[in-house]
Design a protein around this ligand. Structure first.
Ligand code: GLY
Length: 384
């Protein structure tokens, strides 16, 4: 790894240039993505408009909310309104919601809307979405099943590390309704993830099967990583940020310490330019980078740093590394010199084993890049 921490406090001019670039890109995409949303990954660096049915549909409206925090532009507000209608419709008609990613979907739409506008309808939408997510909870195994129907033997009892980012919707629902059931289930899942998805060397399994009859552990498997025993970079990124968020919402210090341990492993596998390969088994060579994992980790490190005491040397270290990642993404990974692309961040990977979205823009990478910039720009309370 690169030992020299080169994080430079971004000056206002640098930050404004970056924000202005992302803002203009988003403005130029508003007409294409008014009713539709961008595909999860670009094709030849172009996102294709698609209906709001996939797990990734909320990253676009999340970016619009972030943009709104930067500049209150009526054109953005008009598209947000349309997008929020689509999320309401999706919930009412139960479209593509048999997935734990209900958390991603309704944190960046309904929770963001409620945090920024205090609109009761947004709060109700978020709580209804949390109820939907609760349908995936196995009381015996203490986990949220990631994918598939609950009685599908191939999918049953499978938790995945990405789910850490779905738990904040549940914390929000308990906070708003006063009903502890969502919070209790989220904490049990986070504890099971800490116990079984996190390995003793500070790496993570992408997925882990639990026995839903006995509640006992079965085995870990990868889905998007290089191998079952490697550490998929984006999985580690979801874990770092997700455990930090479970700390934010529960105050349980073991989640913050877990996030730090996973972050230390992630940092130890970074190549010289601070942007990880798609699986942390690689630290050099021709394999693709995953800029989307890098942008998630930048946000995760900034969130962790906020909660560490000033006397803890990890605080400055994580802030500096987050800045180094963001600087590197800004200098070498954005589409500033690729104006034909409608994405923001180049060189992401969706699913290498399926040859899907390899070395393309990925919409969550764009979202987290903008979230990272906004975190540098203002005091920002997470939508998560
Ligand atoms: N949560 C799915 C992914 O990161 O690809």
């Amino acid at each position: 790894m690169n030992e020299s921490v080169c994080g430079i406090i971004p000056d206002k001019e640098w930050l404004n240039t970056e924000l202005q670039f992302t803002y203009q890109k988003i403005i130029s995409n508003l007409d294409t993505f008014t009713d539709n949303v961008p595909s999860p990954a670009s094709k030849n660096l172009q996102y294709i408009p698609e209906e709001n049915t996939d797990w990734t549909a909320s990253f676009w409206v999340g970016m619009l909310w972030l943009c709104w925090e930067y500049k209150q532009d009526g054109r953005i507000a008009a598209v947000i309104q349309k997008q929020m209608g689509a999320f309401q419709n999706r919930l009412e008609n139960d479209i593509g919601l048999h997935t734990h990613d209900v958390g991603f979907l309704y944190s960046l739409s309904a929770v963001a809307a409620y945090r920024l506008t205090r609109d009761r309808r947004a709060k109700d939408m978020a709580v209804k979405a949390a109820d939907k997510l609760m349908e995936r909870y196995s009381e015996t195994a203490g986990i949220f099943q990631a994918w598939g129907e609950m009685d599908d033997p191939g999918a049953q009892g499978r938790m995945i590390i990405d789910c850490n980012m779905n738990l904040p919707l549940l914390y929000f629902a308990s906070e708003q309704t006063g009903d502890p059931k969502y919070h209790i289930a989220a904490v049990r899942h986070a504890d099971q993830a800490k116990k079984y998805l996190v390995r003793s060397d500070g790496t993570t399994f992408h997925t882990f099967y639990m026995d839903v009859i006995t509640g006992g552990p079965r085995f870990g498997r990868t889905h998007q990583g290089y191998s079952d025993d490697s550490c998929w970079a984006r999985g580690q990124a979801w874990a770092i940020y997700g455990f930090a968020l479970s700390y934010l919402h529960t105050g349980d210090i073991s989640y913050l310490e877990t996030a730090c341990r996973l972050a230390d492993y992630f940092i130890s596998r970074l190549p010289g330019d601070w942007v990880c390969y798609w699986d942390l088994v690689f630290t050099d060579g021709d394999e693709e980078r995953d800029s989307s994992a890098a942008s998630i980790v930048a946000c995760g490190l900034l969130e962790i740093a906020k909660h560490l005491p000033l006397s803890d040397p990890r605080r400055g270290k994580y802030e500096n590394i987050a800045l180094s990642i963001i600087r590197s993404l800004a200098d070498c990974y954005t589409t500033k010199n690729t104006p034909q692309s409608n994405g923001l961040l180049l060189h992401a990977v969706y699913a290498k084993p399926e040859n899907r979205g390899v070395d393309e823009c990925c919409i969550w990478g764009d979202y987290f890049y903008l979230e990272a910039l906004i975190r540098l720009y203002k005091i920002w309370y997470p939508y998560w």
